[in-house]
Design a protein around this ligand. Structure first.
Ligand SMILES: Nc1ncnc2c1ncn2[C@@H]1O[C@H](COP(=O)(O)OP(=O)(O)OP(=O)(O)O)[C@@H](O)[C@H]1O
Length: 923
């Protein structure tokens, strides 16, 4: 259903135009009174101000103002919005209607009153939209404004009015309802929410009423109240005109719509009088007696006509809407009819259901009666049945007892009969048995006689058969032997035959070859003789050159050894290598010492360590650079493989019969054990492997080597056998015995392992490590508190030259070289510390004494067990290599520098020429 649209002219433009033209007309045609001119102007301005929402005092929110139609703000076209806009825009809309109204009725003097007070004119659109009729007074604006100078308080003043509640125009939404009387004086009619918006029940009716009130009630009844007007006309300025307006009261409309008892105007003028030139004259101010044209009557009439037309069109439209509503009502009526017929049907169905329900109820009652009868009958039958059952049970019991008695009796009879029968049978059987027994005994007797005869015969037969069998077995064995012999003979004959056939083939071949040879010899006897002679000569030459080559080889081997030794001597009999281990995760956050390798691209012989920062007296911080040079410097990236390639020549020297000593010196954790004893690639396993492979290679030159290994620990100036029993450690005493003639060292009671295969070395290392762990205590890390010496004795014999060499390879892992403080250490710890310090300083002393090079000078080997043990491996008859191991950590810088300084001393030592431990085999 189409939404009803407001038929009230809702174009603010139109209204504004009307208002403006009306105002202009009035103001333009009305000669301005000299005194009131300013007031008129201000009223005009005020009208304009009213049109501006912000200047409208007394209304709270701009939203109210926005909804007004007069303010120039677009007004909504819907009827409801028009209605809803009423509360906030009532003053403004009243002004509009006032303008219209004043246009039609007013002289200029009324303009201001209309603008300011006649806001409740019946011509107002908002009045049409909201047909509220007061009980006690006419709904015209004129009266209201008499009483309510402040329009903002209008609502409050209207309390108590009985209003026709406006109802929705759309009957489909809420149905057509008659207007209800509302007596809620406090209901905010003007400020209701949109859902509570009400529209007039019949717009046109009210509009007609408005028109009637507008045209009928707005007469200028000078006769009734002439005096106030004249008085006002003479005395007031236009700004005060509103006060004169109460005289302009609508009558007919109020008499028609309001309650007669409460209407203040019961007698309305039957013929309304309109304003004309004459009335203008009446209103002319004093001093303007010739009158003036207040407005253009014709134009006003025309406008009134237009308004009338507009009203009529609205009326027509309302009529048409009424028609459509009627149609809707008819439709609803039809629907109603349909629903009624449906209700009738449903009622019929309900009646039929009701009757069937009653029928069912009757059936149910009948069934209930039948059921109760049946249950009674059933009960009776059950009772009878139970009685019968009891009788039967009793009868059954009786029968049973009788039967049992009878059975018992029969059983006894039967038993007796059976016993009798049994006895008869028994007697019969016994008689028969006795007869049979006698008969059988006779038979047995005869049979046993026969059996004895048969057994004798069978025995004889058996013996005969056995003998025959034995004879047959012997015969079979003989046959088997014969067969085997024959088989062997046959096989050998076959082999002989095969061999003979082969021999025959070979013989035939050789016969043919010999025949060919004879033929060849016969054909070229001379040349063959020459070839034979050449061959003979060549063979002799070859033998001679082989002998020469062998001799040369031996000479070259001797030369190689000599040259090798010379090279080693040139390199220095005591050499020093430096190795810096890499930083490890276990080192934590240590930033690392600043260590540089200036010549790592060329010689790799130098290492520079930046010392601790030192503050001078002037406050300057200086860092000293410590440069060291050794035979070789290995950086943190080096591997054990790189190290070994440098020392392999020394290992070769040991094979060649020299005493070689390689020892690692450095503080704890600097990598000594890692370098020396790493199971897979430490110096010890690598040296052993190299010795093996070299010894193998030398075998073809006549050399045969035997290798013996022992592992000694020097702890607290005592010797321990690391390959012995763990429980003997620190208990068993071992002594060092030197053979000064042969420059040989023996340690008593130590286990010597023959290294007949390279795998034995792993076994040795593992055993040594295990013994050290067993011997270690929680407070004593054994490996860093003791020196370990791996001694490998190499004895070689050359079967060709008769040479014999005895070399020794000593691989020494020294105790940690850090300066151990005596303070704080007590007991075992103190002793341990003293011994480490002592042995290391003795080593330094020995090297220092060797460096002095005094022939026959004293070398203090005996001052410590370590130096005494290594007596023949340190000094004139040996080749010595020292590794100085360096930690890369800044925290170890001081120890690093100490180690490097000690190593430099060793490096600067020149030890006398090494002597080879060889002797020629006695012829
Ligand atoms: N060149 C290296 N590369 C990698 N790790 C190394 C290297 N040198 C030493 N290490 C590691 O540093 C640690 C200490 O090394 P090592 O035990 O060999 O020191 P040490 O001087 O023998 O100490 P101690 O005197 O206590 O026996 C070990 O964990 C070892 O694996």
């Amino acid at each position: 259903m189409p939404q009803p649209t407001s038929k009230i002219p809702n174009s603010p433009g139109k209204l504004m135009e009307m208002s403006a033209s009306a105002s202009n007309a009035r103001y333009n045609t009305m000669p301005p009174p000299s005194k009131a001119q300013a007031e008129r102007t201000s009223l005009k301005d005020r009208v304009g101000q009213f049109a501006k929402p912000p200047s409208y005092n007394g209304r709270n929110g701009p939203s109210h103002i926005a909804a007004t139609s007069i303010a120039g703000v677009p007004r909504t076209t819907s009827y409801s919005s028009s209605t809803s806009s009423r509360p906030s825009s009532s003053a403004s809309s009243r002004n509009v209607s006032n303008s219209s109204f004043s246009q039609s009725v007013g002289p200029g003097s009324r303009t201001s009153s209309a603008q300011s007070h006649r806001s409740h004119s019946s011509m107002s659109n908002s009045r049409i939209q909201r047909p509220t009729y007061t009980n006690g007074r006419p709904a015209t604006a004129l009266e209201v404004h008499d009483e309510e100078p402040n329009t903002a308080q209008v609502l409050g003043k209207r309390k108590g009015r009985i209003l026709f509640s406006s109802t929705p125009l759309d009957p489909c939404h809420e149905g057509l309802q008659p207007p209800r009387l509302r007596s809620k004086p406090s209901e905010p009619m003007l400020h209701g929410s949109p859902t509570r918006m009400r529209r007039p029940y019949s717009v046109m009716t009210l509009r007609e009423a408005s028109l009637a009130s507008a045209f009928g009630g707005l007469s200028l009844d000078r006769s009734s109240e002439p005096t106030p007007i004249v008085e006002e006309k003479a005395s007031i300025s236009p700004s005060k005109l509103p006060k004169a307006l109460p005289t302009l009261r609508p009558r007919a409309s109020h008499s028609a719509l309001s309650s007669p008892s409460k209407s203040p105007r019961k007698k309305a003028s039957p013929l309304p009088k309109f304003l004309n030139r004459d009335t203008n004259n009446i209103l002319a101010p004093a001093g303007h007696t010739d009158g003036f044209v207040a407005f253009d009557m014709e134009q006003r009439l025309e406008e009134v006509e237009n308004m009338s037309k507009f009203m009529k069109s609205g009326y027509d439209e309302a009529n048409s809407r009424s028609e459509s509503l009627k149609e809707t009502i008819n439709g609803l009526k039809t629907t109603n009819e349909v629903l009624k017929s449906r209700i009738t049907e449903l009622e019929t169905a309900r009646d039929s259901l009701r009757s069937s329900n009653e029928q069912l109820k009757a059936d149910l009652d009948t069934a209930k009666v039948t059921a109760s009868l049946s249950s009674e009958e059933l009960e009776e039958q059950k009772r009878r049945h139970n009685n019968r059952l009891d009788d039967l049970q009793r009868q059954y019991k009786r029968d049973l007892e009788d039967a049992e008695h009878e059975a018992e009796r029969q059983k006894r009879n039967l038993e007796r009969d059976q016993l009798e029968q049994l006895e008869d049978v028994h007697r019969t059987f016994e008689t028969r048995l006795a007869e049979d027994r006698a008969h059988h005994q006779q038979e047995i007797q005869s049979m046993s006689n026969e059996g004895a005869n048969t057994q004798e015969e069978a025995q004889r037969e058996f013996e005969k058969q056995r003998q025959a069998f034995l004879d047959l077995e012997a015969e079979l064995d003989r046959c088997k032997t014969d067969v085997n012999r024959e088989k062997d003979l046959n096989g050998s004959l076959r082999d002989q035959l095969t061999a003979a056939a082969k021999e025959k083939g070979e013989l035939e071949t050789s016969v043919r070859r010999l025949e060919g040879h004879i033929h060849f010899l016969e054909s070229d006897n001379k040349s063959q003789s020459q070839a034979f002679a050449d061959l003979e000569e060549r063979m002799q030459n070859a033998l001679k050159s082989a002998a020469e080559a062998n001799e040369k080889l031996i000479k070259e081997e001797t030369l190689r050894r000599k040259l090798h030794n010379q090279v080693q001597e040139l390199k220095g009999n005591i050499r020093v290598f430096c190795r810096v281990r890499p930083s490890l995760e276990a080192d934590g956050i240590d930033t690392g010492a600043r260590i540089a390798y200036p010549d790592d691209k060329t010689d790799s012989k130098e290492v520079e360590v930046m010392g601790q920062e030192e503050k001078s007296s002037l406050g300057n911080i200086t860092t000293k650079k410590h440069a060291f040079a050794f035979d070789r410097v290995f950086g943190p990236t080096s591997h054990n493989e790189d190290i070994f390639s440098e020392i392999s020549q020394l290992v070769q020297s040991a094979l060649d019969g020299y005493n070689v000593c390689i020892f690692c010196y450095g503080q704890t954790g600097s990598g000594k054990t890692f370098t020396m004893s790493s199971p897979a690639d430490g110096m010890i396993p690598r040296a052993v492997n190299q010795i093996y492979s070299t010894a193998k290679a030398l075998e073809e030159k006549g050399w045969k080597y035997s290798m013996e290994g022992s592992f000694i620990e020097v702890y607290n100036e005592n010797l321990n056998d690391l390959l012995g029993k763990a429980e003997d450690l620190d208990k068993k005493k071992h002594e060092i015995k030197h053979d000064t003639q042969k420059c040989k060292t023996e340690i008593t009671g130590v286990r010597t392992v023959e290294l007949d295969s390279p795998d034995r070395v792993d076994e040795i290392l593992q055993r040594a490590a295990k013994n050290r762990v067993v011997a270690a205590t929680q407070a004593n890390e054994r490996s860093s508190r003791s020196h370990s010496v791996f001694i490998l004795k190499l004895i070689g014999e050359n079967s060709i030259t008769g040479e014999r060499s005895e070399g020794t390879l000593n691989l020494v892992d020294l105790a940690g070289s850090e300066r151990l403080s005596h303070s704080g250490a007590t007991g075992d710890r103190l002793k341990e510390t003293q011994n480490i310090n002592k042995s290391l300083s003795c080593l330094g002393d020995v090297i220092g004494a060797l460096g002095q090079g005094k022939e026959g000078g004293h070398i203090p080997y005996r001052n410590s067990k370590l130096t005494y043990l290594l007596q023949f491996s340190l000094g004139g008859n040996s080749k010595t290599l020292m590794f100085v191991m360096i930690s890369p950590l800044q925290a170890h810088l001081s120890e690093t520098l100490t180690s490097l300084k000690f190593a430099t001393k060793v490096h600067n030592t020149h030890i006398g020429t090494a002597k080879k431990q060889t002797k020629t085999k006695d012829p």
